[in-house]
Design a protein around this ligand. Structure first.
Ligand code: F6P
Length: 471
C-alpha cells in the first residue's frame, strides 16, 4: 500500500484536512525540539496508511504547542509523512472548530438539532464565527497555493474545509480539487437550518471542486438535493467508501500492546459473552441508547445476568462543546446506574473504559462476540468494518441502517438495529448473542467477503479518477 500515492504517471498528491496524521509535543530534550506521534481520529486511521511513506504533502491545522513549533518550519518530514501545519490564531480556531465545525455543520449533517430550541443563531454569528471559518479556510487555501506541486491532485477532507476551493482555483488553475465528506450530508431541509447566506456559501464552496465524494449514495443524493435547492447546477459527484487496511490492522493486533490488552480482556471476560463498542463519546454515535438497550435486555432476561460483559471503550471528545460535556456525563451516569442495578460481587455488567487506546480497542474488537454500532447517522463507521476483519471468533455485527457502512454490509450478515428503537436494538443484541455457531460462521464469512471487496487503495484511486473530470 505504501507506494500507492507515489505510483508513476500519477499526479502528485496533496491531502488537506483539519487534523494531521502526526501530532507533536514540545520536547526540549529532543534534537528537533519536538517528539511526534500518530494523530488522533478516524480520518487519520483511514487515510494514513495510504499516504505514509510517499511524497504526498499533508496540510493540516496546528493543534498543540508542539504543532505550532513545527508550523514555523514549513513542510516537515515526520513518522513517514510530509506534513505542513498551519498556525491558526486560537480565538479564530475556536470559532472555526467549536462554533462552526462542531456546533453547526456537524449538527446539520448528523441531524442533531432539536428544532424546538435550536439552532438559534445569535446576532453576529455570520459576521463572527462564520467569518472566522471563512478566514481559516483562506489560510488553508494560501498553504495549498504555496505548497502544492505543479499539477497536483488536492484531496480536501471533510466539513471543516468547504470554502477553500474558489480561492485555490483562481490562483492555481493547474491543480485538480476533490472534496470528500467523511460525514453524511444534510438533507436539504436540514441544511436550511443554517443561515441562508451560510448555506449558499457552503454549496458554492463545494461546487468549486472538480468533484465531491461521499461514503454512501444516500449522502451523495442529499448533497445533490441541496445543490438543487440552492438553485445551483451540481458538479461531478462520486461514491467511494473507505476500507480498512487489513495489513495495518494485523500489525497492530500482533504488536506487544494489543497482545497484552488481549490477555487482560481474556481474563476479564472469562467464559462470558463479550459485547463490545468502540466509539468517541459523540452525540451521533448513540452510546446512551446502546446502554439503554443493554439494560432492557438484562431487565427482560434475568437468565443473562452474569453471562455477558459489555466492554464499552468510549473516550470523551469535544468537551469544549457544552452538549458533548452534558452527554458524556449522561453516559457515565447510565453506566453507573446499570452496574449498580444488576452488578454482583463477581459480575460487572458494563466494563467502561474511557481511555483512547488504539491497540486495546483492536484487541477488544478481536475478542468480541458481538460488536454494536448503532449511530443516529454516521458517514461510514470504519470501526464496523475493522470489527469484521479483526474478529477471530466469528464476531457478530449489530449495525444501524443509518451508518454509511450499512449500504455495503446491511445485506451481508449484519444484524439491524434501529438507532431510535431501544426495544428493537435490545432484540438485535439478543439475537446476535444467541445465534448458533453455524449462523455466526455464515454471517461472519459473508461480512468478511463484503468488507474485503474494497481496499484502501480503491478509495485513493477513485479520488484520483474523480480529479480528472472535465472542467
Ligand atoms: O467522521 C468524520 C471525522 O472526520 C472523523 O474522521 C473524525 O473522527 C471526526 O469526524 C472529527 O473529529 P475531531 O473533531 O475530533 O477531529
Amino acid at each position: 500500500m505504501a507506494d500507492t500515492a507515489a505510483a508513476p504517471g500519477r499526479r502528485p498528491i496533496v491531502v488537506v484536512s483539519n487534523r494531521g496524521p502526526v501530532t507533536f509535543a514540545a520536547d526540549p530534550a529532543a534534537a528537533s525540539g519536538v517528539t511526534a506521534r500518530r494523530g488522533a481520529g478516524g480520518l487519520v486511521s483511514g487515510l494514513g496508511p495510504l499516504v505514509a511513506g510517499t511524497d504526498a504533502v499533508w496540510i493540516a491545522a496546528a493543534m498543540s504547542e508542539g504543532d505550532r513549533l513545527v508550523a514555523e518550519r514549513g513542510v516537515t518530514d515526520a513518522e513517514g509523512y510530509r506534513v505542513r501545519l498551519i498556525d491558526i490564531e486560537p480565538a479564530a480556531f475556536s470559532d472555526y472548530y467549536d462554533r462552526v465545525c462542531n456546533e453547526a455543520l456537524w449538527f446539520a449533517h448528523h441531524g442533531l438539532f432539536d428544532p424546538v430550541y435550536e439552532p438559534a443563531w445569535p446576532p453576529g454569528w455570520v459576521d463572527g464565527p462564520w467569518a472566522a471559518y471563512r478566514a481559516v479556510n483562506e489560510q488553508f487555501a494560501e498553504a495549498v497555493i504555496a505548497d502544492a506541486p505543479q499539477g497536483a491532485a488536492v484531496l480536501v477532507q471533510d466539513y471543516h474545509l468547504c470554502l477553500l476551493a474558489p480561492r485555490v482555483r483562481a490562483a492555481r488553475p493547474d491543480l485538480r480539487l476533490v472534496h470528500f465528506s467523511h460525514t453524511p450530508f444534510a438533507p436539504s431541509a436540514w441544511l436550511r437550518m443554517l443561515p441562508d447566506a451560510v448555506r449558499i456559501d457552503l454549496i458554492d464552496g463545494l461546487l468549486a471542486h472538480h468533484a465531491c465524494g461521499f461514503h454512501s449514495s444516500r449522502w451523495e443524493r442529499d448533497y445533490l438535493d441541496s445543490c438543487e435547492d440552492a438553485g445551483r447546477l451540481a458538479n461531478a459527484t462520486f461514491v467511494a467508501p473507505l476500507a480498512p487496511d487489513p495489513d495495518d490492522l494485523a500489525r497492530t493486533a500482533a504488536g506487544a500492546a494489543a497482545v497484552r490488552a488481549r490477555a487482560d480482556l481474556d481474563e476479564l471476560v472469562g467464559d462470558r459473552s463479550f459485547l463490545v463498542r468502540v466509539d468517541r463519546i459523540e452525540l451521533s454515535k448513540n452510546v446512551l441508547r446502546g446502554f439503554q438497550a443493554y439494560e432492557a435486555l438484562l431487565e427482560a432476561d434475568p437468565h443473562r445476568h452474569g453471562t455477558v460483559v459489555f466492554g464499552a471503550f468510549c473516550y470523551p471528545s469535544r468537551l469544549g462543546v457544552a452538549a458533548y460535556d452534558r452527554y458524556a456525563r449522561a453516559v457515565v451516569a447510565k453506566v453507573e446506574q446499570v452496574n449498580e442495578r444488576f452488578g454482583t460481587a463477581s459480575w460487572t455488567p458494563i466494563h467502561y473504559d474511557p481511555t483512547d487506546d488504539y491497540p486495546r480497542s483492536v484487541a477488544a474488537l478481536q475478542r468480541a462476540d458481538v460488536v454494536v454500532v448503532n449511530p443516529i447517522r454516521d458517514g461510514l463507521n470504519l470501526v464496523a468494518k475493522e470489527a469484521v476483519l479483526l474478529s477471530d471468533r466469528d464476531g457478530q455485527l449489530v449495525l444501524s441502517p443509518e451508518a454509511g457502512a450499512w449500504e455495503e454490509l446491511g445485506e451481508h450478515g449484519a444484524w439491524e438495529a434501529d438507532p431510535f428503537d431501544v426495544g428493537a436494538t435490545a432484540r438485535a443484541l439478543a439475537d446476535a448473542l444467541d445465534a448458533d455457531a453455524e449462523e455466526r460462521a455464515r454471517r461472519a464469512a459473508s461480512l468478511r467477503r463484503a468488507v474485503s471487496a474494497r481496499t484502501p487503495g480503491d478509495w485513493l484511486a477513485e479520488q484520483l479518477v474523480a480529479a480528472e473530470v472535465s472542467d
